[in-house]
Design a protein around this ligand. Structure first.
Ligand code: GLC
Length: 438
């Protein structure tokens, strides 16, 4: 685990600016004394450090958010704890820590698929009293994203950004009329372009056995009209539509347009190949745009277009992803932790995430913000807005990690040619039904 302390100068800042803390401050239990100054404000000596955990951030967003937060909250230092990039591994690292009731981290980002599980396990603090106290208007948030953090009538996490699968392409290699509308067109164009303009591959995606594989599979299945679990929680993966979708996925993964080791690719492997100029196309989440336009990292600045994912028989389908922010129930600094959560998931923090991280806000008003649109012109496009609105959630079930693993294992075997797609969906059906007692 890499530790990054991004802030060292807050004391100095507080001193030079002669500022008293505007919020937060160490509680009596940590100082053993009440050291409020005359105005009733906490003094500089009471600086509190909180630890904020999230997965690897390839963009500058996290750094910028912490900087801006510390500027306005001179009595709170935020240390960034980088967790694994693989969301499943990140999940397991949190579970290990929180099962041991560790107070090592205070604030953590949660994948949209976890809040209910974490709430049920008692890992996170309900945020309702903070929300009420600070008069946070929840109606301003995207209601679907908000709902992902709600469980048993309580809000356990605040929505930070929404993710949705998109197709990114090289505008210098792919003329507008050649941007593929279907998976078959993608295969054809990727074949034609592979090797042109310094590229090594035709298409990049995430096909390793991990959570991102589930997202890619959901997209293929849904674009052919299939589902894994229906609205009533019934397992419906063994259908002609799901089979068709997964067959297209197998065809692409086994083709020579993707890297021969694509089954080891997660987001970092695929986005790195893309920004190094190795492929005309990639399937990825919106952050890809900001990253591809980052002068310091990318060789393809200014040459990136965004389009909806290619369609199957039933149209284009994007998986719904995204992240929320929660407070560790065992945090020793819940008040300060909340200040950070409030800032990061509020308009100011989300604006920074959108500008520096290319992340799609959960506050719809920010889609009209000129600075946000300047950094991400595609946020204004119909295709993006539609993809966001129609994004397909992964199965919403209490024991999601178990279901995810069943999908990951069987889809991986189909991609490797160890199972036919028909066998893979039959296995998934049987195993998921057992896991869900259906
Ligand atoms: C992105 C999505 C998240 C998903 C993950 C899979 O981070 O936001 O929801 O689980 O990718 O790799």
């Amino acid at each position: 685990m890499v530790k990054k302390t991004l802030k060292t100068s807050a004391v100095l800042l507080a001193l030079t600016m002669g500022l008293a803390a505007c919020s937060g401050g160490q509680s009596e239990s940590q100082t053993g004394q009440d050291s409020k100054n005359e105005e009733g404000k906490t003094s500089q000596s009471e600086k509190v450090k909180i630890v904020y955990a999230r997965g690897q951030d390839s963009t500058k967003a996290t750094e910028k958010i912490i900087e801006a937060f510390e500027k306005t909250h001179p009595n709170i230092d935020v240390e960034f704890r980088e967790m694994p990039a693989d969301t499943g591994k990140q999940h397991d690292a949190y579970v290990t820590m929180l099962n041991a009731q560790s107070s090592e981290i205070d604030v953590m980002d949660l994948d949209v698929i976890w809040p209910a599980e974490f709430a049920q396990a008692g890992y996170t603090l309900p945020l309702d009293r903070f929300i009420e106290k600070d008069g946070i208007d929840l109606s301003k948030y995207n209601q679907g994203a908000l709902a992902a953090g709600n469980f048993n009538g309580k809000q356990w996490a605040m929505p930070k950004f929404i993710d949705t699968g998109m197709l990114f392409y090289r505008t210098d290699l792919v003329p507008e009329e050649k941007v593929p509308k279907t998976w078959d067109e993608l295969l054809k164009t990727a074949k034609e372009l592979k090797g042109k303009g310094g590229t090594k591959f035709g298409y990049l995606m995430q096909a390793k056995q991990y959570e991102g594989l589930v997202c890619n599979a959901v997209e293929f299945i849904a674009s052919y009209g299939g589902k894994i679990v229906d609205e009533n929680g019934n397992v419906v993966v063994n259908s002609p539509e799901a089979i068709k979708g997964l067959k297209k996925m197998v065809e692409i993964v086994q083709s020579d347009v993707v890297p021969s080791n694509v089954t080891t690719f997660m987001e970092p492997e695929s986005h790195t190949a893309f920004i190094e100029g190795q492929s005309p196309f990639i399937r990825n989440w919106p952050y890809q745009y900001a990253l591809a336009n980052d002068q310091e990292q990318s060789k393809i600045v200014g040459k990136v277009g965004v389009a909806p994912l290619p369609a199957g028989d039933k149209g284009s389908a994007a998986a719904l992803g995204g992240w929320m922010t929660a407070i560790n129930k065992y945090s020793k600094h819940p008040k300060e932790a909340w200040e950070f959560v409030k800032f990061m998931t509020g308009p100011e923090g989300q604006k920074i995430s959108a500008i520096y991280g290319g992340l799609a806000p959960t506050l719809p008003e920010l889609f009209k913000d000129p600075d946000v649109l300047k950094a991400n012109p595609f946020f204004a496009e119909e295709g993006f807005v539609n993809a966001l609105n129609a994004a397909v959630p992964r199965p919403v079930v209490p024991n999601y990690p178990e279901i995810s693993e069943i999908i990951q294992i069987n889809v991986s075997k189909a991609l490797a040619g160890e199972l036919t797609v028909e066998q893979a969906v039959a296995n998934m059906e049987k195993e998921m039904k057992a896991a869900l007692n259906k």
